[in-house]
Structure formats: C-alpha cells, structure tokens
Design a protein around this ligand. Structure first.
Ligand code: GLN
Length: 241
C-alpha cells in the first residue's frame, strides 16, 4: 500500500508552517509502514490528474494567490477538478482554501477566480484576523493560529468544519471555522494544523487511501505527544486569545 501526496505551489503557497501538514501526513504513514511519496505541483507544471490521492494547498500572500489563481484558470485547474471528481481528497489552508472556493476578492485588486470545488466565497474584510485559533469540530478540537483578511462564507453544499471557541475563523461573524465538503477540507488554522490535530491527519489519510485501496481502518498510533502539544497550545490560546 502506498500514499501519494501532491503539494500544490509549495514555492508560493506554504507560509506559517503549513509545510508541516505534509510532514505530519508523511511521517504518520511511515509509522504505519505505508510507503508515501510527495510531489510538488507548481505554476507552469503540467499537473497529472491521475497520480495524487491527496492534495495539500497551503496559505500565501495575495501576490502569490494572483500567480496561482491564473495557473488554476488553465489546464491545471481542470486537472485538479478531474482528480477530485475521481475521488482524491484535499486539505487546503487559508489562501489555498480560498482558491478551492469560487473566488477570493482582495480589498484593492480584481477578484481571483477559484476552482469552485468547495462551495465557499471569500472577500476581503475591514479587519485582518491575526491570533490564536481554537475551534471545536466533530472529530476533535482544532488549534493553531490565523492570519487572513479574507472573510469566507459557506454555500449550501459545504458544511462548517468546526465552531470557533477562540479567534475569528471563517469570517468573525457566524462562528464557523473552515468547511468540509465530501473529502475536501478547508480551514484557516496555520501553525501547522495536523501535527497537533492527529485525528484530522488520520481522517485525511483514510480518505486518500480509499481512492485506490478501498475503505480501511488505520492502525492506531500513540498520540500522547501530539495530544500534549494540542492541549498546551489551547492553554496558550486561552491565556492570549
Ligand atoms: N491573502 C489571503 C488573506 O489575507 C490569504 C492569507 C493566508 O493564506 N494566510 O486572506
């Protein structure tokens, strides 16, 4: 059994430790004896729609999103759409989340079209949300930090990933954080998210492996360290919201 991870635009969209999500997915697979390969897919490449089991798309600045948005409007966007239609899973963070949605409208620049594979729309708000973020999801508590001026609003096909406990989340208005739609997840938790949220890493891995290997239950890992890290981060967020 093997796991194939496509890291989208790592040169342009991987800020605030987001690469740690790929490292966590790789290491947890190796601990389970699952072979794993990660390939970078960036602007100018010809994306192979059939190879990935899982797409990872991190956060970035508006400038990087301009370049990436333009690339996704070409054949590479079609490749990602075909891959997702074929059962690939995805984790998208902040800017990447925004570009998996319908569009991101910066404060003083033209709208950047997204792929529209997650039913969300984002527009720049008056206040940039920066700080620790704690949000309660069905599978566990998400903890990390946020830094975005985009306010994201969910459409009917997307469900909130979590409810905000500390911080702002999607838009600072409706109490939601992130979105889940099929095997696609978007959220605003940088930091990186998965090392302190191992339940989510395992959910994404299960979805990714399902594409070529069918449904399976992952062998449990000893997550004592990850749990301590998560709980410590929550305590910090409580002290310094
Ligand atoms: N540029 C986008 C925003 O400010 C995304 C930022 C990010 O990915 N951290 O909302």
């Amino acid at each position: 059994m093997d796991l194939r991870i496509a890291h989208l635009y790592p040169d342009l969209m991987s800020i605030y430790g987001d690469r740690g999500n790929v490292i966590a997915l790789e290491q947890r697979a190796r601990w389970r004896g699952i072979a794993v390969e990660t390939r970078a897919y960036t602007a100018g490449d010809a994306f192979d729609a059939d190879w990935p089991d899982l797409w990872f798309f991190g956060g970035g600045q508006d400038q990087g999103q301009d370049v990436v948005g333009a690339d996704l409007q070409g054949p590479n966007g079609g490749a990602v759409r075909r891959s997702i239609a074929g059962g690939a899973a995805a984790l998208t963070i902040c800017g990447g989340y925004q570009l998996f949605g319908h569009e991101y409208v910066p404060e003083s620049a033209p709208a950047i079209p997204g792929l529209g594979v997650i039913d969300v729309t984002t527009r720049a708000g008056k206040t940039r949300f920066v700080g620790n973020l704690v949000a309660d999801a069905e599978g566990g508590t998400l903890v990390g930090f946020e830094n975005h001026s985009g306010y994201t609003y969910l459409g009917a096909k997307a469900k909130p990933l979590a409810r905000v406990r500390i911080g702002h989340g999607n838009n600072g208005e409706d109490g939601t954080e992130g979105a889940i739609q099929g095997h696609l997840i978007g959220c605003y938790v940088h930091g990186s998210l998965l090392p302190k949220n191992s339940w989510l890493a395992d959910l994404l891995t299960t979805w990714a492996l399902e594409r070529r290997h069918g449904h399976l239950a992952l062998t449990p890992l000893d997550d004592a360290v990850e749990t301590r890290a998560r709980d410590a981060a929550i305590e910090v967020a409580k002290a310094r919201p």
